[in-house]
Design a protein around this ligand. Sequence first.
Ligand code: C2E
Ligand code: CA
Ligand code: CA
Length: 598
Amino acid sequence: MEEKTLIYVAGNPDAYPLEYFDKDTQTYAGVIPELLAEFSDQSTYEIVYYEADGTDHREELAQQKQVDLFSGYEAEEEQLENTGVVTLFPGENAYALYFTEAAPDAFQSNLRAYLEQVSPAEVTGLLMASVETPPNTQGMYWTMGAMGAALLVMAAVLLLTVRRYRRRLKESQQNVETDETTGLGNMEYLERYYKQYINDKNRILYQAVYFYVDTDRLRRLSSGQETDEFLRYCAVVLGEYTQDSDILARVSEHGFIMLKLTGGTDKTDAWLTAILDRIHDYAKLYGKPYETNIYAGIYALRAEDRDLNEIIFQASQGAYGAEKEDCRYLRCSKGMMDQFMQERHLQASIEQAFAQKEFQLYIQFYVDAANFAVVGGEALSRWKHPQKGVLLPSMFIPLMEREKMISRLDYYCLKEVCFFLKGLLKEGVDTFFVSCNFSRDTFAAADFVQKVQEIMNGFTFPRELLILEITESVSVRNAAQIRQNIIALKKYGVRVALDDFGEGFTSFYDLQKYPIDGIKLDKGLVDHVTTPIGTAILKAMIQVGHELNMTILAEGVETDEQVRAQQEIHCDVIQGFRFSHPMPQWEANAQIIQNRRT
Ligand code: C2E
Ligand code: CA
Ligand code: CA
């Protein structure tokens, strides 16, 4: 084979997609390197990029004639000494190759001849492929001028003809589609395979299994490097349990996904248990002082499933759910999925709901147990959703609690209650009291009292007309802070009541620890008031409550029989559908004023 003459070229590292230094492959890439490589293949010259380290050495290399050739924008390079130029891309962003004195004459004419016969189609193909391959350059992008745009239009079809380029593209694709840490395919890889699968009618996807690793926790407990090692271990184990027809990929910092094409769902449990066992054993095997867990969510695909992101989302919810419920894996059921969808829609519209004042204050009246006179009411939130209609708290409060957004609603509701009380006062009503619900997180916060005061200070009404409700289960956690908050609130003048009493585990003894003004007997207890044992329990509770100077309210009273029973055991206040349903605040306002007049 004949010896090739070496020709050196100084490249521009930052002219993507014409010519740039790809940090991943540590080589020059783009249209010009491709053309030069093709020329090398066809001629007796071997063109090599000089000192390919990614920094721009063109000026010194050209001046010292260490290279035969350099490249650049005509506008920028014209001041550099050269013996000839070939303009490759004329126009505003004209880009050219310049010869230095070092370049042999024969080489110059050969290269010119070669470049002249390169068809626009080929350049387009190269350009297109460069654009498809995300660059890893220092930053500056070549601005696609009119020429670039025009060439790109023809590109899609012509690309197919540039065969050699396709090979290169495939190589670089492998790089782009690989997760650096584990060596598995990444999301792009998965997407490409998934597209092939859904277009192939003979293949059926059965399940998507999402594996979730709490890497945040691991990174806190160990080093980043150790976490990566664990992830690699997971990848190896998962790989071992992946059949030929399955696709495994790492799709996020926390998650792996396996699309399973094999078999039905009956063998999944044994298969999954084996994987989870192996991964769980990692800490023991390698003597790590922390636990290494992985959780899985199984999503059985339906015929209509198309959107890969949606499939991953569903499976991931199963995995997150498994962690929350402290089990190893969860199957996504229809009910679970519907709830996810529902909640996702709602979650996405919470911001807007606040902005558009979609949360509305409803009031349910309390009546005096002795004479059934309306004495006050409970503030209950409703969400007037523009599409779904009026939503009950059970549809959005648990979601808001999970998303840590509940305090915002609680304070919003408190402010609405203050407006309501102020409005009544303006009408001369100064005895109607309102109780307001607060979630555990809101009530137990260190700044709770301060926030309540900030809101209430903007309104003038007798403080004792406001009662803050804290649910019984709250008092179990953060007891000290809650006690402190209750004491401070009482000092400020508002009253505090314990909600849902009897539902949780508060003992009479605990009751004494909190300086509360009243208790609301849970509907569960109230429902049993007509049985002998139920009556005995309630009677004792009310007696103790009264001894502690508390007002006793019975929730959820629905029948006359229950009303009579409550009267017999000396309950003070009654709330329930027997007397009143929750109503919009304006309606409550009108009724209260009406009552006063009659
Ligand atoms: P809760 O505090 O126990 O409120 C009483 C619930 O019982 C209300 O449900 C009320 O409509 C219902 N109820 C009243 N009387 C009867 C009856 O005779 N029979 C039956 N079956 N039910 C009755 P709602 O309005 O759906 O509220 C549910 C829960 O949502 C409330 O329970 C409360 O814990 C919570 N909630 C409502 N608004 C807010 C809010 O703004 N913030 C917070 N944190 N929680 C709220
Ligand atoms: Ca309540
Ligand atoms: Ca309650």
